[in-house]
Design a protein around this ligand. Structure first.
Ligand code: ADP
Ligand code: MG
Length: 342
């Protein structure tokens, strides 16, 4: 009996020292889920598994809420309600949806319309599984429904109205970055001191890893078969990064690559560059500016990104790699150029 008691006491002691050690040392905790039509992963640094779990759950819950509000393809989302009201009914939305649309409009202005969420009506005419693209005459007919200036907003009442019947907003070029920012805010509010959130290629990180080093993310080779093959790495502390590429959703027809980043002026996939990575404080902006810079092309795109205090790595259609000077302390190039074969 006595021995048993001693045994229990020593077991308790071991358990106590284990938790005591565990509670002192910071560790990485990671969880991933399929959400927002993509793969979302959250990594947090914490001394306590319980605290890490709670924070990650709260962040995933916020992402679920955003998905419900912002999904272009779900008939129940607020985006769909706005689209259904086009040309007729102004729609009152939640502060979250309003803030997303308001920011998208701000980005349209600073990119001279290269970023434009009213491309919805054209985006849905491309089907990358069925390898279908709209004809020239279809594009011509639909282009009058594109133009961010045809969105009317009332900030006081949080009302959004699309002027022309048939107009559609598709916030797909900003939602994932916006979601990464929101998830980071939730983790910070839960007391997490360092974390990385990746909503597909839209990533935001803050703080340092438990070993005191920055987070490292790779930039995918836009022409490599495997998604793991990167041409550069970036060290991130308190930074966001997004990549827009012509390899994410595409098909090739008669030697022409049709992909998912459209030029609002032509309604056709943008040409000139094949990958744009933008780095800066907020993922909402790295996401939307990467899409816009892709449309604007190397020179204009790079200029626009830097003018707004962000930085970029651009791969042009011949495979040459360019980058903002400010990125040098954090950027490591693993390849000198990209092998382009189409
Ligand atoms: P990904 O979704 O692969 O991360 P992007 O962030 O560049 O890539 O977003 C592309 C998505 O944005 C498209 O699928 C479409 O929904 C939308 N989109 C396409 N062209 C534009 C554009 N010029 N401006 C705003 N949104 C766009
Ligand atoms: Mg983007």
């Amino acid at each position: 009996m006595k021995r048993l008691l001693l045994f229990t006491v020593s077991l308790l002691f071991i358990a106590f020292t284990l938790t005591a050690c565990g509670s002192k040392r910071e560790r990485l905790f990671k969880d991933s889920k399929v959400m927002m039509d993509t793969f979302v992963s959250i990594t947090v640094v914490s001394k306590s598994e319980k605290k890490a779990r709670e924070a990650m759950d709260a962040a995933f819950q916020e992402l679920k809420r955003l998905e419900g509000l912002l999904d272009f393809y779900s008939p129940k989302s607020e985006i769909s309600k706005i689209n259904k009201g086009s040309g007729g009914v102004p729609v009152s939305v939640t502060p979250t949806t309003f803030s997303l649309i308001n920011t998208a409009l701000e980005v349209s202005k600073i990119t001279d319309g290269a970023f434009d969420i009213t491309l919805g009506v054209l985006n849905r005419r491309y089907d990358f599984f069925e390898k279908h693209h709209p004809t020239e005459s279809e594009i011509k007919k639909l282009l009058p429904l594109v133009g961010y200036k045809k969105i009317v907003i009332n900030p006081a009442l949080r009302i959004v109205f699309l002027k022309k019947p048939g107009m559609m907003i598709d916030p797909g070029g900003i939602t994932k970055g916006f979601a990464a920012d929101r998830a980071i805010e939730v983790l910070k509010a839960k007391g997490i001191k360092a974390a990385l959130v990746a909503v597909a290629g839209d990533i935001r990180a803050y703080g340092l890893k438990p070993d005191g080093t920055p987070w490292v993310v790779g930039i995918r080779d836009p022409r490599a078969k495997s998604a793991d093959e990167v041409f550069a790495t970036l060290k991130l502390t308190d930074m966001a990064v997004s990549t827009s590429g012509d390899y994410e959703r595409y098909f090739i027809e008669k030697g022409v690559r049709y992909h998912h980043i459209l030029d609002p002026e032509t309604g056709m996939p943008a040409r000139g560059v094949i990958s744009v990575t933008v780095v800066g404080p907020k993922a909402t902006y790295t996401d939307s500016l990467a899409t816009a810079a892709f449309v604007k092309g190397l020179k204009e795109g790079m200029k626009m990104v830097e003018k707004n205090g962000y930085m970029a790595v651009v791969v042009d259609s011949s495979g040459r790699i360019y980058h903002s000077k400010g990125l040098e302390p954090m950027l490591e190039l693993l390849k000198k150029h990209i092998e382009v074969r189409d």
